[in-house]
Design a protein around this ligand. Structure first.
Ligand code: SAJ
Length: 428
């Protein structure tokens, strides 16, 4: 590696860290990626992407990225960016283990003048109250004086070809002025998107949880409407499309069988928990979470209703659940509502068979044909393009399937109804 290249280190080579590491490499940095997952390090060292994303695979092949499990490799790096996951426990409390472990890995090797940036999504206060003390204790250095600390919440949008790690605008906050300047200088050197300086770490942390809570409550709004419009016999999708003709003060979101992924259903809990610790109950955010968490059960109810209309008992009925990913055309099943739908239908006594062309390894069968064979009903939980192309009324009728539940309201409702099938959408 040429001595002139400035070195940076990225901790965590997943959906967030790997694209960032590859971008910095492309922009001329010497990049070392550090991850505790040996398998992932071996794959990346062989220039094989652990994420099924064509753009990432191509960039990895051309990159000079080095990958290691050894935190000592951060030596000589000007910036160290933490991109580890921030999941929640089953009780929805924030699990900071990955962040704590990353900070404990960095601390002993931290050098004077280095900048540590946390990109992982956290509630306000975590960078200052959790990351900073670990780094200071392990390094005997003082944050804001000997080393610098900033927060720049990640805004990766998996599968999005338009908004990429390079052009998405970002916000940055730091402990103090010098660290802020260093962080903005680093991001300005690799990003084309606008970078907004926040006046504190907490403001930068709050931006991300607010952005994603905004999305969660708006989805909950249309999910609640979907439940009432189902009873009122009004097609919610048509109404949202009608309301969206208003060019201002309305932002369309759409109802569905649930809210999955590692961002939207998780991030609001960070804010709910942190505010609760400080004496405030976010009843509204918590209620929106309950509405969205109930959608898989509403979808199971719609399935039961459809089978009743076809006079088919659900107990013992074989039902094909199509789609395990949490959103269209990707292979990520984290927090996917499909699994709650399966759980509820199984409780009703149904025999479930799953198929997802993007997550074959997790599917019960490897083809749509096998999933449809002898099924009495189909529940589509993910709006993959594959299903949009393949799922026709003729195909279902050829398998003597009478009921189709469209968990993402993305199939041509009238074609299925006109072919004599029982169609149930989510709010239509
Ligand atoms: N969903 C709905 N109705 C909607 C939109 C989404 O039910 O109107 C569901 C999806 O089916 C999925 C879940 O919500 O199960 C999350 O979908 P998402 O489109 O929000 O996708 P994510 O989880 O990849 O969210 C990311 C987020 N990006 C970051 O956190 C950096 C989010 O902030 C973006 O708004 C989102 O992508 C996006 O806009 O696509």
């Amino acid at each position: 590696m040429s001595a002139t290249k400035e070195k940076i280190a990225v901790i965590g080579l997943g959906y967030v860290g790997l694209p960032l590491a590859l971008l910095a490499d492309k922009k001329g940095y010497e990049v070392v990626g550090i991850d505790t997952n040996r398998e992932k390090i071996q794959l990346i060292s062989k220039k094989v992407s652990p994420i099924s994303d064509q753009r990432i695979s191509k960039e990895l092949e051309k990159s000079h990225l080095t990958a290691s499990t050894d935190f000592a490799q951060i030596k000589g790096a000007s910036s160290i960016i933490i991109c580890v996951p921030t999941p929640v426990y089953d009780n929805f409390l924030p699990n900071l283990e990955p962040i704590i472990k990353a900070s404990q890995g960095i601390g002993p090797h931290l050098e004077k003048g280095q900048l540590v940036i946390l990109e992982s999504t956290v509630n306000p206060g975590i960078t200052e109250n959790t990351v900073l003390p670990i780094l200071e204790k392990a390094s005997n250095l003082m944050g804001g004086k000997d080393f610098y600390l900033a927060h720049c919440p990640e805004r990766i949008n998996p599968g999005d070809q338009k908004w990429t790690v390079e052009n998405i605008p970002r916000v940055v906050g730091s402990l103090e002025e010098k660290g802020l300047k260093k962080a903005i200088s680093f991001y300005s050197s690799i990003l084309t998107g606008k970078i907004k300086a926040m006046t504190s770490l907490k403001e930068a942390e709050a931006c991300k949880v607010v952005e994603n809570s905004f999305r969660d409550i708006n989805i909950a709004f249309v999910n609640e409407l979907a439940q009432s419009f189902s009873l009122l016999g009004i097609d919610i999708v048509k109404v949202i499309d009608g309301a969206a003709t208003k060019p201002f003060a309305f932002m369309a979101h759409y109802p569905g069988c649930g809210v999955g992924g590692h961002c939207i259903p998780v991030d609001p809990y960070y804010l709910i928990e942190y505010a609760k610790q400080n004496g405030f109950n976010h009843d509204f955010l918590a209620w929106a979470r309950r509405v969205n968490n109930d959608m898989p059960y509403f979808t199971a109810q719609r399935t039961l209703d459809g089978l009743n209309s076809a006079k088919i008992p659900i107990n013992g009925a074989k039902i094909a659940v199509l789609g395990l990913s949490y959103k269209a055309n990707i292979d990520d099943t984290r927090e996917s509502p499909s699994y709650q739908i399966i759980k509820r239908l199984t409780q009703y006594g149904a025999k479930i068979i799953t198929f997802d062309p993007h997550t074959l390894a997790k599917s019960d069968v490897k083809s749509l044909e096998e999933a449809l064979r002898k099924s009495k009903a189909v529940v589509v939980a993910t709006s993959h393009d594959y299903f949009k192309q393949k799922l026709t009324p003729e195909l279902l009728l050829s398998h003597k399937i009478k009921v189709i539940v469209d968990g993402r309201n993305f199939l041509p409702k009238d074609s299925f109804i006109n072919a004599g099938l029982i169609y149930r959408g989510i709010g239509r």
